[in-house]
Design a protein around this ligand. Structure first.
Ligand code: GDP
Length: 366
């Protein structure tokens, strides 16, 4: 399963945020495919469409979809020098598909900052630099090999050399691979290199209990936003402490009331969950029967049979067709029967690329 790793310097609030994630905890019985590991937290994906469908269909139960966050342990600084725990840090990052980078934007004299003062941009750069140095080594090794081959006019080597040179220039400038512009062909080569700094990143700006009501006031948040904008990354403002101590325990109306009192529309953690889901390229389709209305996660771009396989491998093997109505059309029609009358329910075959919000009934042979 695709996962996003939570990284950050010590004392920025990673554990607090990760605790909030595990406390809000998805019922793992519903998600047998998820990893059981103390460093993995399973989160349900907040999606208001699921409530709307539940009202329409009135099923016996409603099950949201879920995915995983991984808590990345280990020491950051010096990691690229390959020492002990630092090395472990890099190997953990290698295994995740996206990165949620927690940065400290709260001032609290009682909590030591590893570098002596709160400075989120410097913090971001400390971690980014370790990742860049590790990638630099990967690229350097390949450069040595590929430049020899390129001299023999080997076509593939010439193409790869150009990519490696672009990367080297970026790394020398302390810029991550994701900031470099590549052609589509080059992009494929980069993918094969499994670089750490190619992974998509979002920043979680961890603010104090006071600032969560008005994060615009927080000068650190403004700085993180400006920095992130330059590399086209998103910033989510969160107060890890409130998420852990207050919000994680709440559900439904109670949770909404609490957020209303704080004057915020959606909890920072919920925003983070949805942003990470998007960053991983994940989307949701629904099944909506009287027994169960359920959301399912799929990787953007997959076809109908693979989507069926997410429910059960038999569904993929015996796939015949998918009966599909878009969420919007179903909500407009207010019932499956009316949607059918209006010709909004389509029969799709093996080549159909599933769209976010599709409500699907699979037909299959057993
Ligand atoms: P980690 O080392 O990054 O995992 O950091 P922790 O989650 O252990 O947090 C370090 C300290 O900062 C703990 O004492 C937390 O209670 C505190 N902390 C974390 N988030 C917040 C926050 O949003 N506001 C305040 N005031 N303190 C926080």
């Amino acid at each position: 399963a695709l996962t996003t790793g939570i990284v950050g310097l010590p004392n920025v609030g990673k554990s607090t945020l990760f605790n909030a994630i595990t406390q809000a905890g998805a019922e793992s019985a519903n998600y047998p495919f998820c990893t059981i590991d103390p460093n993995v937290g399973i989160v349900e994906v907040p999606d208001e469409r699921l409530q709307v469908l539940t009202t329409l269909v009135d099923p016996k139960k409603t099950i949201p979809t879920a995915f995983e966050f991984t808590d990345i342990a280990g020491i950051v600084e010096g990691a690229s020098k390959g020492e002990g725990l630092g090395n472990k840090f890099l190997s953990h990052i290698r295994q995740v598909d996206a990165i949620s980078h927690v940065v400290r934007c709260f001032a609290d004299d009682n909590i030591t900052h590893v570098s002596g003062s709160v400075n989120p941009i410097r913090d971001i750069q400390v971690i980014n630099l370790e990742l860049i140095l590790a990638d630099f080594e990967t690229v350097d090794k390949r450069l040595a090999r590929v430049s020899k081959l390129a001299r023999t006019k080997d076509k593939d080597a010439v193409a790869e050399l150009a990519v490696l040179e672009k990367l080297r220039v970026a790394f020398e400038d302390e810029k991550p691979a994701r900031s470099v512009e590549f052609t589509e062909d080059e992009e494929k080569l980069v993918k094969g290199m499994h670089l750490l700094t190619s992974k998509p990143v979002l920043y979680a700006a961890n603010v104090s209990e006071e600032d969560i009501m008005d994060p615009e006031q927080n000068e650190y948040v403004a700085k993180v936003k400006a920095f992130a904008a330059e590399e086209n990354s998103e910033v989510i403002v969160v107060c890890a402490k409130i998420e852990e101590e207050e919000i994680a325990e709440l559900e439904g109306d109670e949770k909404q009331e609490f957020l209303d009192d704080l004057g915020i529309a959606e909890s920072g953690l919920d925003q983070l969950i949805r942003a990470a889901y998007q960053l991983l390229g994940l989307q949701t389709y629904f099944t909506a029967g009287v027994q169960e209305v359920r959301a399912w996660t799929f990787k953007k771009g997959i076809k109908a049979p693979q989507a069926a396989g997410i429910i059960h491998t038999d569904f993929e093997r015996g796939f015949i067709r998918a009966e599909i109505v878009s969420y919007e059309d179903l909500v407009d029609a207010e019932s499956m029967a009316v949607a059918k009358e209006r010709g909004k329910v389509r029969l799709e075959g093996k080549e159909y690329v599933v769209a976010d919000g599709d409500v699907i009934h699979f037909r299959f042979n057993v």
